[in-house]
Design a protein around this ligand. Structure first.
Ligand code: PAF
Length: 278
């Protein structure tokens, strides 16, 4: 389960049996959103590999690497029940042996949204995802739309570096009150958990305004920021409307745009987004 050679052997056997192979990269602490990614992978592939690896290189020095939830037993149950055929849960030494020195980054997209607040984060994500793609060599890999910048960065990496894989982005899975599922939601206090639903309400207000014909991005953005600032105790990292592919600021909604927010509630940083226009 942990060794690169083992997962490669299992994937070779699946390919030799004519199966399509999908990879669902995760950091564990699996929830219903991950289950949906695994089920989506299973709809498109005969052999689904789920990787579980809390990747140290994508955490900043003051971030939650140490306390990131590790729930391997429960993860195995959920992944298997959702259709995983192989769980690849390598150790840090397996993926980053002594002497490891390479890094992959997409600087143009790293400058945007979460990039400046999380220096090195997307470099860590790109490096580990390229490694996982090279180890597993899947036909397709599945990611969740909640991590919109991660999706944009990885799409660009795959395109720029001719990585022979199809990326599938699956819709965000939400709680009944709209909060996007995240492994970090469990850090929220009861009070903050109930306030957190107002993030999606604010995003939906943007969707309603756009549906009503409002296309001036500066106004939509300031309305969104004002709504988010009414959440008691919330610190808004950003609330931006950007081009969905380049993540560059847009003035008018002519192409699909991403409405992306990052908010700190208590000590928990939450991100969410919706897509508009186009
Ligand atoms: O989205 C995540 O959980 C991580 O960033 C990923 C893609 C598994 C890389 O560590």
């Amino acid at each position: 389960m942990n060794a690169v050679a083992e997962v490669r052997g299992a994937v070779s056997a699946a390919k030799a049996a004519g199966k399509t192979v999908a990879l669902v990269p995760t950091m564990g602490a699996l929830h219903a959103g991950h289950a949906e990614l695994i089920r989506a992978a299973k709809r498109h592939a005969g052999f689904v590999v789920v990787s579980i690896f809390v990747n140290p290189t994508q955490f900043g020095p003051h971030e939650d690497f140490g306390k990131y939830p590790r729930t391997l037993e429960a993860d195995l149950t959920l992944a298997t029940a959702s259709g995983a055929d192989w769980i690849f849960a390598p150790t840090v030494a397996e993926l980053y042996p002594a002497g490891f020195a390479s890094q992959v980054e997409v600087p143009a997209l790293d400058r945007m949204l979460c990039g400046p607040r999380r220096p090195g984060h997307f470099r860590g994500v790109c490096t580990v995802v390229l490694k996982l793609l090279n180890i597993v060599q899947p036909h397709l890999a599945v990611f969740g739309a909640k991590d919109a910048q991660q999706c944009a960065v990885l799409k660009r990496m795959v395109r720029d570096l001719d990585v022979p894989v199809e990326l599938r982005i699956e819709p965000t899975v939400r709680e009944a009150d709209g909060l996007a599922l995240s492994s970090r939601n469990r850090y929220l206090s009861t009070a903050d958990r109930s306030l957190a639903s107002r993030i999606y309400q604010a995003l939906q207000t943007v969707l309603h305004r756009v549906a009503a014909g409002k296309i001036d991005v500066a106004r939509l953005q300031s309305g969104l920021l004002a709504d988010l600032l009414t959440i008691p105790g919330a610190q808004v990292d950003y609330a931006e409307i950007v081009d969905a592919e380049s993540l560059e600021p847009v003035n008018l909604l002519r192409r699909p745009a991403l409405v992306a927010v990052a908010i700190v509630l208590g000590t928990t940083r939450l991100i969410d987004n919706v897509t508009v226009g186009g």
